[in-house]
Design a binder for this molecule. Structure first.
Ligand code: ADP
Length: 370
């Protein structure tokens, strides 16, 4: 076996790691995951080490086995990323970029010249004069956790009791939300995919539509340029999601995620290079692949855990009904509201695609049975 093929270490072994396995296999690149548990979604089917990503010596020992280390979540302490870099480990994205996906205050500061909601850091409720506002935990939030709509000073004071320092943002009365996935390599080659509309319910993304159907060509280009400029400004290597709010002809940056992202899952079935393959190419400093779409539209729906534990049986009906539907199951324990898989349809007719995806989600959750 040739030694020239590298080993990519991934901190985390969830569905993002799992979905990286197919393109890694195709490229002949081995993945080594740092898993919390050998039953983690990705760990079930590829090489892994079970260990705590918060423990420096564990991560050090893991990194020694890899040619490059990357992430599938943002929870690893920055001090550990910096320690690896000091050891000479190639970490992509580097700590100097990664901080902007972990620390929302640092991100707001760094991106102050980009279109953003007004913001401030507060430790006391009397620092805020206009309500309502959005309050955010500076780090550690996901899927709407760590984000609160705050109506008055009393509510803010109560929140500050729990979290002494908060990022306060202007509440943007947006028309809809989009995300632009961007990839950047160490020597600065960068690509974006078509901007994607993300539809959220209770803070969780339920569906995405690519390209974002209501976005004008001018705004779409502007959003892609913002994503490319942000990628260069923060120096990210790998893929990154730039989440934005759209209000009329204005865009506002919401947040950054420096890893493959839910808003890019459609790229597996709807673009010439998936976000997972592109991430591997970028962190390995290989030329990036073609991000163009392979169909005019791609609709992705997240399968959320419900009461039904059997997620295999629905294939029978759904595959018979809609042969073009693509299924991705993460093999995670089914818990209510947890993302356990996704389905994608590509084609030309938005109404039809959305209906088929919605039907699949309703059928899998047990809401409809035919
Ligand atoms: P998470 O870390 O959970 O992804 P986000 O920063 O994306 O947190 O916020 C979750 C949701 O809260 C967003 O998708 C959006 O709907 C809403 N939100 C966040 N910031 C604002 C804001 N400044 N104005 C209006 N809504 C916001």
């Amino acid at each position: 076996m040739s030694k020239a093929f590298p080993i990519v270490g991934v901190i985390g072994a969830g569905q993002l790691a799992r979905m990286s396995i197919a393109p890694a296999t195709a490229l002949g690149v081995d993945l080594l995951l740092l898993a919390a548990d050998s039953q983690d979604s990705g760990a079930q089917i590829t090489n892994h080490i079970v260990g705590d990503y918060k423990d420096l010596e564990t991560v050090r020992a893991f990194a020694k086995k890899c040619d490059v280390v990357t992430f599938e979540h943002e929870l690893i302490p920055l001090s550990i990323v910096k320690a690896l870099e000091a050891d000479g480990v190639v970490v992509r994205p580097s700590s100097s970029a990664f901080v902007y996906s972990q620390d929302k205050a640092a991100m707001r500061e760094k991106l102050s010249s980009f279109p953003s909601p007004h913001w401030q850091i507060v430790t006391s409720a009397d620092q805020v004069h206009d309500f309502p506002v959005i309050a955010k935990a500076i780090s550690g939030g996901y899927d709407g956790r760590g984000v609160w709509k705050v109506s008055d000073a009393k509510e803010l004071a109560a929140l500050l009791q729990q979290t002494p320092k908060l990022l306060i943002e202007e509440l943007v009365d947006f028309d809809y939300e989009i995300a632009v996935m961007v990839a950047r390599s160490p020597h600065g080659q960068a690509t974006t995919w078509a901007p994607t509309q993300t539809i959220q319910e209770d803070g969780i993304c339920t569906m995405t539509i690519s390209p974002a159907p209501h976005l004008s060509v001018a705004l779409s280009e502007k959003a892609q340029k913002i994503a490319l400029d942000v990628a260069a400004a923060v120096g990210v290597v790998g893929v990154m999601a730039v989440e934005l709010f759209v209000k009329g002809d204005q865009l506002f940056i919401n947040e950054l995620a420096m890893r493959p992202h839910n808003s890019g899952h459609w790229t597996i079935d709807g673009s010439h290079t998936s976000q997972f393959e592109q991430h591997l190419r970028a962190v390995l400093d290989l030329p990036l692949g073609d991000p163009s779409m392979s169909a005019p539209l791609a609709v992705m729906g997240n399968v959320l855990g419900g009461d039904k534990p059997d997620m295999y049986r629905p294939y029978l009906h759904l595959m018979a009904r809609t042969p073009a539907l693509k299924f991705h199951h993460y093999k995670k324990e089914v818990r209510p509201g947890r993302k356990i898989g996704h389905v994608t349809m590509v084609g030309e007719n938005l109404v039809e695609l959305t209906q088929e995806v919605q039907h699949a989600l309703d059928y899998m959750s047990g809401e409809v049975d035919e």
